[in-house]
Design a binder for this molecule. Structure first.
Ligand code: SF4
Ligand code: SF4
Length: 288
């Protein structure tokens, strides 16, 4: 079986420095690569787009950034929408929007469900990131974006599909919008930081009349009597338990520490949830 190109993107590592975006600009703006891509215009095209996701509410808010580009899908809607062979799937997995045959075919832009194709008004041409195919064909084994990224977000690998399935399972990789069924070759690690919810809170106790942060308290999250996650509160008494399905309904949170215990039930809707300030109740008061 032939080896094919894949890209792994680790969402947890991205800090929005945008060096990858600039590297893609440097490679394609003003440069023609016959058979692969026509020059990208200086403005308006984000072939590699750094997208932002925000979860939570004050005081626990998490902003994450993640690069999105053409997914080089194995079942690409852009190819189905193209006429006259304007989009082709190479045997190494890369999808090429032909810089000559695709002229005038604006429907290719609309066909991509990931908004990864851009319309070049001057050339009347749909364009997307071609996986640096011209460089890989010369023997490169890393894309410009991977070389530019100081955080090690990207990993370009050429392996047989069976091996990629093994890596995918082993590293718990996901793809964007799997419900679309396009079978992307861009895989994301730690995608739960974008797609799933977290629950957080601040645990306190009373020492006399003084409210104190409960640092080092063990917080356990249960669903239907089964433990789903646990966390230890930080210096400020805050905790976060991540990776929960949106709209997943009823949960029970329990916490116990030297100053006391607490238990509360809540419902998780479509967004991450801050449960507020949670007060530990001394054991003697629970028993009493
Ligand atoms: S991400 Fe869009 S442009 Fe790229 S292969 Fe898939 S459908 Fe086509
Ligand atoms: S270069 Fe790396 S860390 Fe910087 S924005 Fe791109 S992916 Fe994120």
């Amino acid at each position: 079986m032939a080896k094919k190109w894949n890209m792994i993107v680790d969402v947890e590592r991205c800090d929005n420095c945008r060096l990858c975006f600039l590297a893609v600009k440097d490679e394609y703006v003003g440069n023609d690569f016959p058979g692969v891509s026509a020059a990208q215009p200086a403005q308006g095209h984000d072939w590699l787009d750094i997208r932002r996701s925000e979860r939570g509410t004050y005081p626990i808010v998490q902003a994450r950034f993640y690069p999105v580009m053409c997914n080089h899908c194995d079942d690409p809607p852009c190819l189905k929408a193209a006429r006259d062979g304007a989009v082709r799937k190479r045997s190494d997995g890369i999808v090429i929007i032909d810089p000559e045959k695709a002229r005038g075919q604006r429907q290719i832009v609309d066909a991509c469900p990931y908004d990864a194709v851009f319309w070049n008004e001057e050339k009347q041409l749909p364009q997307a990131w071609p996986f640096d195919a011209h460089l890989l064909d010369e023997g490169w084994n890393r894309t410009r974006a991977e070389q530019a990224c100081p955080m090690g977000v990207f990993r370009t690998i050429k392996v047989e599909d069976g091996e990629m399935e093994r890596i995918r399972a082993e590293e718990k990789l996901e793809t964007l919008e799997p419900r679309l069924g396009t079978r992307p070759r861009i895989y994301y690690k730690n995608l739960h930081l974008i797609t799933k919810c977290f629950v957080g809170g601040t645990v306190v106790f009373y020492a006399g009349d003084v409210e104190e942060c409960a640092a080092g308290a063990e917080v356990v999250l249960e669903k239907d009597g089964r433990e789903l996650g646990r966390a230890t509160t930080d210096t400020f008494g805050e905790f976060v338990i991540d990776g929960l399905e949106p709209n997943s309904g009823a949960y029970r949170l329990q916490c116990s520490a030297a100053p006391g215990k607490l238990s509360m039930d809540f419902e998780l809707g479509p967004e991450s949830l801050y449960l507020g300030v949670l007060t530990l109740v001394p054991e003697e008061r629970i028993k009493g």
